[in-house]
Design a protein around this ligand. Structure first.
Ligand code: FE
Ligand code: FE
Ligand code: ZN
Length: 279
């Protein structure tokens, strides 16, 4: 079986360079932070830099690539200033990504910080409603969260509610993070097919557009969010192979966010290819 595998890459060398790096490690997708994940400053890429990437994606049959919004964003912040800043930058990022065919924009639905989950959900949906018409094509992906602190998006029900309250549903999807959902109490290791059936019932499998493939340093339901290398954590290598060879998952971009440098990612991608080649 041929999977769409990739990993997180640094944007610091530019967009074309990320395409080259992905190809060099046997990937046909990747993820990157649009901006400094903690700061938020952005270096706007030139058109030729983006065209260089699109050409590589074309030549090497890339699956959609994923841009990740910075951690400093909080789409459901209590402070209107933070939320305005989040809206402005998310809209800006998505507009830039319109230049890349089928680009996906992954974001954390946010932390409600004592406002309560319900208010968090309403505010995050409002953030989406106020930005989606400022770009044309890019799909916003709500990431499934581990549920640490006051994170929203820790259950499929919460994610379904956010989508429910979004007007332009065609431009909203979900990115499933295997470490996060296992930390959230969904048993990836022993019952992944059952978990996806639940996803289908509550959200709809057609909303699932990408996967963050991570092992977890913590057991089922820990609500911690500490990623582990593939096969070295609680998800186990068997559990992970079973997950990525699921007939629907195997069609999606699958991106590693494991604690690795580029060589480590290359090894994990090679391992995953080897173990799925005749599945
Ligand atoms: Fe994330
Ligand atoms: Fe993730
Ligand atoms: Zn995480």
């Amino acid at each position: 079986m041929k999977l769409n595998l990739g990993c997180h890459l640094s944007v610091s060398g530019g967009y074309t360079n990320m395409g080259k790096e992905a190809v060099s490690i046997g990937a046909n997708t990747f993820q990157f932070f649009t901006r400094n994940p903690r700061g938020g400053s952005v270096k706007i890429p030139s058109d030729s830099d983006i065209e260089g990437l699109v050409k590589i994606m074309d030549e090497h049959n890339f699956a959609p690539i994923i841009a990740h919004a910075p951690y400093t964003f909080n789409p459901c912040a209590l402070d209107d200033g933070i939320r305005d800043y989040t809206k402005r930058t998310m809209a800006e990022d998505m507009k830039l990504l319109d230049k890349i065919p089928n680009a996906l924009y992954n974001f954390h639905p946010g932390s409600h910080v004592q406002q309560g989950t319900e208010i968090g959900i309403i505010k995050t949906a409002d953030t989406l409603n106020s930005i989606l018409d400022k770009s044309e094509k890019t799909i916003a992906l709500i990431e499934t969260m581990a549920g640490k602190g006051s994170e929203i998006g820790k259950t499929f029900e919460e994610i379904a509610e956010i989508i429910e309250k979004t007007e332009n549903k065609a431009r909203v999807g979900v990115c499933l993070d295997t470490c996060h959902i296992n930390d959230g109490g969904y048993d990836v290791t022993n019952n992944f097919y059952g978990v996806l059936e639940e996803f289908d019932k509550i959200i709809g499998l057609n909303k699932l557009k990408a996967v963050h493939l991570n092992d977890s340093k913590n057991p089922l339901g820990a609500h911690k969010d500490r990623h582990e290398k593939i096969g070295e954590g609680h998800l186990t290598l068997d559990g992970i192979i079973k997950a990525i060879t699921h007939p629907y998952i195997s069609t999606l971009p699958i991106v590693l966010e494991t604690p690795n440098d580029l060589d480590g990612y290359a090894r994990e991608i090679a391992l995953l290819k080897e173990l799925t080649i005749d599945k």
